[in-house]
Design a protein around this ligand. Structure first.
Ligand code: C2E
Ligand code: MG
Ligand code: MG
Ligand code: MG
Length: 281
C-alpha cells in the first residue's frame, strides 16, 4: 500500500513539476526579452540625514514595466534572475543605468547625490565586475565617491574571500560599501571588522516595532553604538512615522530611508524633488 501511495505521489509531483518547469521557462524567456525591450526601469528612493533633514542620496530599486502584468516589483523576478544566471546581464543593466543617471545629473549641473545600487551574490563572484564598474565610471564621468553598493550578509557568505577582495577594491576606489537588511542574517556584528564596510542599513523589521518593542529599541541602540565604534555609519530602513524618525535621531542614527519621506519614485520625479513630502520634522 505504501508503495502504491508512493507511486501516486510521484506522478503527482511530476505533473506539478511539468507545470512549474513550463512556467519557469516562460518566465525566463520573458526576462531575457524584457532586457532587450527595455522594460526595466530604476526607481529612486531618497536617503536622508536624520540630523539635518537633508536628502543626500538615493537607493536605486528596480521595477519591471511588464507588458501584461504592469508595474512589477523585484521580489517577483530577482530570485528567478538569480537562479537562472540572468542576474549577470540584468545586473550589468542595473549598474549602467544607475551610473549613467549620475552622469546625466552631473552634466545637467544638478546637485551631487550619492547613489546606492543593490548587488546580488552572483555579481560578487564575477571576476570581471570590478573592471566593468571602472569603465562605466570613466564613460559617464562619475566620481567613485558618488557610488555605493548594497550587499547582504548572506550574499557575501557564498565566497567570502573573493567577495571580501572585491569589496576591498571597491572601497579603495572610494565606493561606499553598505550592508543591507542588517540583523536578519546569520553573521554577527563581530564579523564586520573583517569586512570593508562603510555603512550599515538596519533592517526594517527592527524599525517597524520601535515604538512598542523595548527589545528592538535596545538592539538598535546597541547596533548604532557598536557600528560607530568601528567607524561605520548607520542608516535605518523603513521609517514610516515621525515618532520613529525622532527616536532614531535620539539614538544617534546617522541616516534614514522610508515611506515617511518618500517611496521609490521615477528619475524624473526624483529630479524634480517631488518625492520629498514637506513634513516639518
Ligand atoms: P532592499 O534593498 O532591502 O530594499 C528596500 C525595500 O523596502 C524596497 O522594496 C523598498 O521599496 C521598500 N521600502 C522602503 N521604505 C519602506 C517603508 O517605509 N515601508 C515599507 N513597507 N517598505 C519600504 P522593493 O523595491 O520592492 O525591493 C525589494 C528588494 O528587492 C530589495 O530589498 C532588494 O533586495 C531587491 N532589489 C531591488 N532592486 C534591486 C536591484 O536593482 N538589484 C538587486 N540585485 N536587487 C534589487
Ligand atoms: Mg537595498
Ligand atoms: Mg534592505
Ligand atoms: Mg531586502
Amino acid at each position: 500500500q505504501a508503495k502504491h501511495q508512493g507511486k501516486n505521489q510521484f506522478s503527482f509531483y511530476t505533473e506539478k513539476m511539468k507545470i512549474n518547469t513550463y512556467e519557469l521557462i516562460k518566465e525566463e524567456e520573458d526576462l531575457a526579452k524584457a532586457i532587450k525591450n527595455n522594460e526595466f526601469e530604476l526607481y529612486y528612493q531618497p536617503q536622508f540625514d536624520l540630523h539635518t533633514n537633508q536628502v543626500f542620496g538615493a537607493e536605486a530599486l528596480i521595477r519591471w514595466n511588464h507588458p501584461e502584468k504592469g508595474l512589477t516589483f523585484p521580489d517577483h523576478f530577482i530570485p528567478l534572475a538569480e537562479n537562472t544566471g540572468k542576474i549577470i546581464e540584468l545586473g550589468h543593466w542595473i549598474v549602467e543605468s544607475g551610473i549613467s543617471y549620475l552622469g546625466k545629473r552631473k552634466k545637467q549641473g544638478m546637485p551631487e547625490i550619492m547613489l546606492h545600487i543593490n548587488l546580488s551574490s552572483k555579481q560578487l563572484s564575477d571576476p570581471t565586475f570590478v573592471s566593468f564598474v571602472q569603465k562605466l565610471l570613466l564613460k559617464y564621468d562619475v566620481p567613485a565617491t558618488s557610488l555605493g553598493f548594497e550587499i547582504t550578509e548572506t550574499s557575501i557568505l557564498e565566497d567570502v574571500e573573493l567577495a571580501k577582495k572585491m569589496l576591498q577594491t571597491f572601497q579603495n576606489m572610494g565606493i561606499c560599501i553598505a550592508i543591507d537588511d542588517f540583523g536578519t542574517g546569520y553573521s554577527s556584528l563581530a564579523q564586520l571588522k573583517n569586512l570593508p564596510v562603510t555603512l550599515l542599513k538596519i533592517d526594517r523589521s527592527f524599525v517597524m516595532d520601535l515604538e512598542e518593542d523595548e527589545d528592538d529599541r535596545k538592539i538598535i541602540e546597541a547596533i548604532i553604538a557598536m557600528a560607530h565604534k568601528l567607524n561605520i555609519k548607520v542608516l535605518a530602513e523603513g521609517i514610516e512615522t515621525r515618532e520613529q524618525w525622532i527616536m532614531l535621531e535620539s539614538f544617534n542614527c546617522d541616516f534614514g530611508q522610508g515611506y515617511y519621506v518618500s517611496k521609490a519614485v521615477t528619475a524624473d520625479k526624483f529630479n524634480r524633488g517631488l518625492p520629498i513630502t514637506h513634513h516639518d520634522i
